[in-house]
Design a protein around this ligand. Structure first.
Ligand code: SF4
Length: 473
């Protein structure tokens, strides 16, 4: 059946002929759900293989390469391509990855289809999970060296998948309760999706006007539990296409990447969003990417070690922990002592608090300069930081790609320029968003300019931290 015939089947035959091709892509996705499931199961098989098999092999020797050692290959695929690639894809296409390819979402939905189908309890619906889960997995991942060893990767990724299946089995009916409320990256994905130039637009008038006997009322299952009729944001939508064409009111459409943040975030932004963007993505993530290269980490550790020795407390310098608490690979000369772990946490939190304090103060001042204090406006402004925060995460994750590629003898002479251009471009993008939000608040060019200048000072804090990491240390 051709797409056109299908559109006619959906009751869209009149206007659909002139409908943009993008809407037809959404309808194609709706028609090909079975094909998407096959793709998802193939990815589940690849994911399980790359996650489990390396844990059964000996750790790779120093001379191992991507092309001759499965463990190094799996490390490269997971942390060098998969994660940064998924983040980039969400900025470009929305959460298409979640709806069409994510193995965890597919398994959770499958378990929900065949599980206990209980209603979702209140503790799961707590809005703080995306921030808490992101912060905890970021810190824990660094403490057990998840990017370097197969067992930590199995523990964190496999543990998350097992939890997704368990939650799916217990709660919801053919839904993705895990993805909606608990997935450690759902908060970040939801924020990044706000920048996507594509979304499913809902025409509420057409929705309400659609007759009850219309073929366009064909039911659909929105697995991540989005209230589709009132959907304004792309954050919760997994772009699966199942609602495309429903009531002749839902269509995949192009939009300005600025549109959602400027026009919708003023109503939807919350304090959890501000915490995740400022303290999580720009604070904790920066510290976590930076600590192992930082001379300040070494200075703090030496100072603390000296103090401990002077006071006769030696055990934190000598005690290691099991690999699932702190990195412990003596054969690789890679062991974190209790002191290392403690200094790591001190360092990351110090970086996160310093960056958050500067950003928080500048944003609050910007809000006050452009009108009366409003927490909602502060949270709205934090959304303007999303382009820069996304850039930091993607560049930080690509550092693993760079480490593996350069260790294999490839030269990346253009890397510095790409990093500088990405940071400069997203800095300007965030600044532009902030200027539009400030101007909408006060309408005054002078006050908007002053508040925007303060916003630039706020962004200078994480940019300075990245500059140390990428160019100075
Ligand atoms: S709103 Fe729900 S059903 Fe529609 S595309 Fe998004 S995730 Fe799929």
């Amino acid at each position: 059946m051709s797409t056109t015939i299908y559109i006619r089947d959906m009751g869209l035959d009149g206007p659909a002929r002139t409908r943009p091709r993008l809407a037809a892509v959404g309808l194609w996705l709706r028609r090909h759900q079975r094909f998407i499931r096959v793709v998802q199961w193939c990815i589940v098989a690849i994911y399980a293989t790359l996650l489990i098999v390396p844990t059964l092999l000996p750790l790779p020797p120093l001379a191992a390469h991507i092309w001759n050692n499965l463990t190094v290959f799996a490390e490269f695929v997971f942390w060098g391509i998969w994660w940064p690639g998924v983040l980039l894809s969400i900025v470009l296409f929305g959460r298409l990855w979640c709806g069409t390819m994510c193995p965890e979402g597919a398994l959770s939905e499958f378990a929900s289809r065949h599980g206990r189908k209980r209603s979702v309890p209140r503790w799961i619906r707590w809005s703080g999970w995306p921030f808490v889960a992101f912060a905890c997995t970021t810190l824990y991942g660094q403490m057990i060296s998840v990017y370097q060893y197969p067992l930590p990767a199995l523990l964190i990724l496999g543990g998350s998948t097992a939890a997704a299946i368990g939650i799916g089995y217990m709660y919801g009916n053919d839904k993705r309760v895990w993805c909606r409320y608990l997935c450690p990256v759902s908060g970040v994905f939801g924020l990044l999706a706000k920048l996507a130039p594509f979304h499913y637009a809902v025409d509420r008038t057409a929705w309400d006007a659609c007759g009850s006997q219309s073929p366009a009322r064909e039911p659909f299952n929105c697995a991540p539990l989005v209230a589709v009729r009132t959907m304004e944001s792309a954050s919760g939508c997994h772009m699966c296409g199942r609602c495309a064409g429903f009531r002749d009111a839902v269509n995949l459409e192009a939009r300005s990447p600025n549109a959602e943040i400027v026009e919708v975030s003023g109503r939807s932004a919350t304090h959890w969003d501000s915490l995740l963007v400022i303290f999580g993505m720009l604070g904790i993530a920066t510290g976590a990417f930076q600590w192992s290269s930082s001379p300040y980490f070494v200075t703090i550790k030496q100072a603390l070690a000296t103090w401990l020795v002077e006071h006769g407390i030696i055990w934190p310098l000598q005690t290691s922990m099991p690999w699932w608490i702190l990195t412990n690979y003596p054969a690789q000369s890679d062991v974190m002592t209790v002191l290392d772990g403690t200094v790591f946490l001190i360092y990351v939190f110090a970086v996160a608090i310093a960056i958050s304090a500067i950003i928080g103060a500048c944003l609050a001042a910007g809000v006050l300069i452009t009108g009366r204090w409003s927490a909602k406006s502060f949270h709205h402004l934090s959304h303007a930081l999303i382009p820069l925060a996304a850039c930091g995460l993607i560049l930080g994750l690509f550092s693993t790609t760079v480490t593996i590629i350069t260790a294999d003898g490839f030269s990346l002479s253009w890397l510095s320029e790409i990093r500088a251009l990405s940071i400069a471009g997203t800095f300007a993008w965030s600044l532009w968003l902030a200027a539009r939000i400030f101007h909408a608040r006060c309408g005054s060019s002078a006050r908007t300019a002053l508040a925007t200048a303060l916003f630039a000072v706020a962004m200078a804090a994480p940019v300075t931290a990245w500059s140390f990491l990428f160019w100075i240390w």
